[in-house]
Design a protein around this ligand. Structure first.
Ligand SMILES: [Fe+2]
Ligand SMILES: [Fe+2]
Length: 162
């Protein structure tokens, strides 16, 4: 197999695992969030994440492969740290800022992975996969910017003022 093709399938399996972990983590983050805007952003992104998992399955199928997952140590580490910071700041005015920080670390990981996947899909001539994964990449970028906006418009100032 073309090594880039192998790498593409590996990383698609990696992000598939990561998205499945996020379906479990996002409801906990939304529950811990205090601001209604942050709760909504996380809940909305949960719905998008479920769609993204469907899209990954479609991307695998579009290249004639069965959907696979591969343990992603990075997401496990990010979520472990996210859980720890949420515990540490629970009940304090900085809880939302802490959740946003943990969430943005995850978004940046996803953006890096989907960015590579889209570029490789185009190089490999996987047009349908490139289009599916571009849609997800765009959602991750919008989610990341949305978290910045919520932090800057409310949560950071509240954490600092307290
Ligand atoms: Fe995602
Ligand atoms: Fe995301």
């Amino acid at each position: 197999m073309n090594p880039l093709q192998k790498l593409f399938e590996d990383q698609l399996a990696d992000i598939h695992y990561a998205e499945k972990q996020l379906v479990k983590a996002l409801p906990k983050m939304a529950k811990a969030a205090q601001h209604a805007s942050l709760k909504k952003a996380l809940t909305d992104h949960l719905a998008e994440t479920k769609e993204q998992i469907v899209r990954i399955g479609e991307a695998f199928e579009s290249i004639g492969k069965k959907p696979k997952t591969k343990t992603c140590e990075a997401i496990l580490g990010l979520l472990k740290e996210g859980g720890e910071i949420m515990e540490e700041y629970a009940g304090t005015p900085a809880i939302d800022a802490a959740i946003i920080c943990a969430g943005q670390k995850v978004e940046h990981y996803e953006i890096a992975t989907y960015g590579c996947l889209v570029t490789w899909a185009k190089l490999l001539g996987h047009k349908q996969a490139a289009s599916l994964l571009s849609k997800t990449l765009n959602e991750e970028e919008v989610a990341d910017k949305g978290l910045s906006t919520i932090a800057e418009s409310a949560c950071n100032a509240e954490a600092e003022a307290a």
